[in-house]
Design a protein around this ligand. Structure first.
Ligand SMILES: [Ca+2]
Ligand SMILES: [Ca+2]
Length: 317
């Protein structure tokens, strides 16, 4: 994998589009039991965390392999949808960071905005555009909407926005270890949530990119951007789209050296860092470019960054 891969197939940081003023997260509104996503109980147990297949991306820190033991936990079977997030916003008036900053990152083929609202593109990843007016209600920009997308994952939500949702819902983000354990669906040391079969073996198993990235998507899996959260087949724990569709925030800070020092029991990540973990890859993943639609693949971004290919799912407190 080339050096550009770490940002190119992942997600652009907010600062990629220019200086970012310092601001503090919006305080979470009072908790309310409005979270209605079907749960899966993940049994207590242990697993081998990290890349067992040799597909790791240099710099991501998918090694060394290490055993991790976890308590049982209850996790959303899907990522949080636009309908779910709308209930949170309707009840709290919460404004996301994309709305506060006034822009978010949109993939070039998904832009629905006037030319003057396109603010720029990172030189390393010119397929990402900073778009004024792009936010969770306007995933392509001001000329788009989420009409008909109620069961699609909410996107353009930062790690801080996900935390605010969790505080309202009485939930939390999964730790990175919990996310990977859940993604594995009860299988040990397999590449994908379904095992080792290729992603297109017997029909597409996840929403990624087909064709020539980033210009030509042949849409063999049916989706250019997000798909409804219950698309394809759930894994052995009943979890939908742990890989592909949208990246999912985890609670941990990112440190590529963390696996070398991680405790065996219920690791919660480094004490500090600059960026938060993202897991599972998105509709922009492509095997020729970077195959982060794997159980052990890691990415990261600053907690104030938002983009059209990242969302989250939650875990019970
Ligand atoms: Ca697709
Ligand atoms: Ca996903």
């Amino acid at each position: 994998m080339d050096a550009e891969c770490s940002c190119g197939c992942g997600t652009p940081s907010r600062s990629a589009f220019g200086p970012v003023p310092i601001r503090f997260g919006t305080p979470a509104a009072e908790a309310a039991a409005q979270h209605s996503i079907t749960q899966a109980l993940i049994p207590a147990g242990s697993f081998v965390m990290g890349d067992s297949s040799g597909d790791r991306n240099p710099g991501d820190g998918e090694a060394p392999l290490h055993r991790v033991s976890l308590e049982a936990f209850s996790i959303d079977t899907t990522s949080v949808t636009n309908d779910d997030f709308a209930r949170f916003v309707d009840s709290t008036g919460y404004r996301t960071e994309a709305e506060e900053f006034g822009f978010s990152a949109v993939f070039h083929l998904a832009v629905a905005a006037e030319a003057e609202d396109v603010l720029g593109r990172p030189p390393q990843t010119p397929w990402w555009l900073g778009v004024r007016g792009a936010d969770w209600r306007h995933p392509g920009g001001a000329l788009s909407s989420i009409d008909g997308l109620g069961d699609h994952p909410v996107v353009h939500v930062s790690w801080n926005d996900a935390q605010a949702y969790c505080a309202w819902a009485g939930r939390r983000l999964p730790t990175e270890a919990e996310w990977e354990y859940a993604a594995r669906g009860g299988l040990q040391q397999k590449r994908y949530p379904w095992g080792e079969e290729e992603i297109d073996d017997g029909g597409w198993r996840a929403n990624i990119w087909q064709g020539v990235f980033p210009t030509s998507n042949t849409l063999e899996d049916g989706w250019l951007t997000t798909a409804p959260v219950r698309t394809f087949t759930p894994n052995g724990y009943g979890l939908w789209q742990m890989v592909g569709n949208v990246w999912e925030w985890a609670s941990d800070w990112f440190d590529p050296g963390y696996y070398g020092v991680s405790p065996e029991t219920s690791p919660t990540g480094p004490e500090r860092g600059q960026s938060r973990i993202l897991r599972g890859g998105s509709y922009l993943c492509h095997i020729s470019y970077c195959n982060r639609y794997r159980n052990s693949a890691r990415s990261q971004n600053t907690p104030d960054s938002s983009m059209g290919n990242a969302g989250f799912r939650t875990v019970a407190l």
